[in-house]
Design a protein around this ligand. Structure first.
Ligand SMILES: *Cc1c(COP(=O)(O)O)cnc(C)c1O
Length: 433
């Protein structure tokens, strides 16, 4: 039993009010067992639950909190903005400031539009790609998550280059038939799909670095091939940088791979912990949006001044001092990865730690770390559940799912990393791991 009595009581009440007691499925702890821990307050790299226990947090709200919890500059910016009004539903100064920070930092973002979540950003970018090309089909990759819009909750159909089937009840089969789902890391599969459906493909969408089914780092050649195939066939290349944007560097995964998408989607970090999404790209495509063009998209709370203020304050810290923040994140990420690897080797386990900057994933199978979701060892979920519980008991909070990554923030320090590695060494000594 890891959740304390107050967490358990709240969860019991929550379950009678909300499905599984949560507002997003993974929070229910279903895949690691036990009951969810209810947060009370958080600061830096630690949070305290409603039972008064403190944990080192490696989830960071699933990515947004790259500065850590309740960073003083972000909290102050939010307070100040809130004092001037919570929502205007009209243009405000903060939107212009955040848009100009992003456009000045990321070369391929010539114009942007703000929305309120990553899901909305991707959904809107796909609509824009369809509107701009006059085509309906999109290609996505299995293992990539792009939010929960209908046409992206689709898994591979049978056979190669066939249209997808819904991966959620409630998604019409007719929607899924506009989505082709392919394996990652397989140029030939994408070439075949273009050969078959080329003049019907509006866009190829991929995560900057797939980080929602483990961390499936792609080869540069694969990303470059996606770019060139889109160009050859008049399709748009959409890079979903909701996790990687401002995480793996100021230019996101696009800069890391040296590929220029036509459209990119953002969320998480650019909201600094507030609900913000954003999509952007080439000017002539973005000008297809209403009211300039025929592609409709709108939002009551879009460009919300308080949310924009949190994003601005976050980017100000990240972009100060010529990349010092990213050098620090790299060093912290490497320290954590090296510590975990040392513990794994000492125990003679065949596992690996996959890392890209401040994103880490424990690959609990043998051999080379997978580049495709199909190659993730299904037995790893059970091992992870045991490790997860052993770490929780030692005050270390990893994501409650084997397929989720860990995020290092600037608020993590050497002491928090060493404490985590020590707890991990102990956890590995427990039966069942
Ligand atoms: C989190 C995520 C989304 C969805 O963002 P929400 O804000 O949860 O709607 C989309 N794409 C990627 C790559 C994500 O990680």
């Amino acid at each position: 039993m890891t959740a304390g009595s107050r967490s358990r009581a709240l969860h019991a009440k929550a379950r009678s009010l909300m499905p599984a007691g949560v507002n997003s499925p993974v929070r229910a702890f279903g895949s690691v067992g036990g009951e969810p821990i209810f947060y009370d307050h958080a600061s830096g790299c630690r949070f305290t639950d409603v039972d008064g226990r403190t944990y080192i947090d490696w989830v960071g709200s699933w990515g947004p909190l790259i500065l850590g919890h309740a960073h003083p500059a972000v909290v102050e910016a939010v307070r100040e903005a809130a004092g001037r009004g919570l929502s205007f539903g009209a243009p405000c100064r903060e939107e212009v400031r955040l848009a100009s920070m992003v456009v000045e930092t990321v070369p391929h973002l010539e114009m942007v539009r703000f929305v309120s979540s990553g899901t909305e950003a991707v959904m809107s970018a796909v609509r824009l790609a369809r509107g701009a090309t006059g085509r309906d089909t999109i290609i996505k990759f299995s293992g990539c998550y792009h939010g929960h819009a209908d046409h992206l909750l689709v898994s591979a159909g049978s056979g190669l280059a066939t249209f997808g089937t819904p991966s959620s009840a409630g998604v019409p089969g007719a929607f899924a038939r506009h989505t082709v789902v392919l394996p990652l890391d397989d140029e030939a599969a994408v070439e075949r799909a273009f050969a078959e459906h080329g003049d019907g493909i509006a866009a190829v969408i991929i995560e900057g670095i797939p980080a929602n089914a483990g961390l499936l780092v792609q080869r540069r050649e694969f990303m470059e091939r996606l770019r060139s195939l889109c160009t050859e066939h008049g399709a748009l290349f959409i890079l979903d940088e909701v996790i990687t944007g401002f995480r793996v560097g100021p230019g996101g995964a696009a800069a890391l791979y040296g590929v220029e998408p036509d459209l990119a989607t953002y969320g998480k970090i650019i909201g600094g912990g507030m609900p913000v999404g954003m999509y952007g790209g080439r000017r002539e495509i973005m000008e297809q949006l209403a009211p300039l063009g025929p592609v409709y998209q709108a939002g009551t709370l879009s460009g919300n001044p308080v949310a924009m203020a949190a994003g601005i304050a976050t980017l100000e810290v990240l972009l100060a001092d010529g990349g010092a923040a990213y050098r620090r994140l790299e060093a912290l990420g490497e320290r954590l990865a090296a510590g975990l690897r040392g513990a794994i080797e000492a125990r003679g386990r065949p596992w690996s730690v996959v890392r890209e900057g401040s994103i880490l994933w424990l690959s609990l199978g043998g051999g080379e770390p997978p580049r495709r979701s199909e190659n993730i060892d299904p037995a790893s979920a059970g091992v992870y559940a045991v490790l997860h519980r052993a770490l929780l008991e030692r005050g270390v909070y990893l994501a409650p799912s084997a397929y989720e990554v860990a995020f290092v923030s600037l608020a993590h320090d050497e002491a928090a990393i060493d404490e985590t590695v020590g707890a991990f060494e102990e956890a590995l000594g427990e039966a069942g791991t």
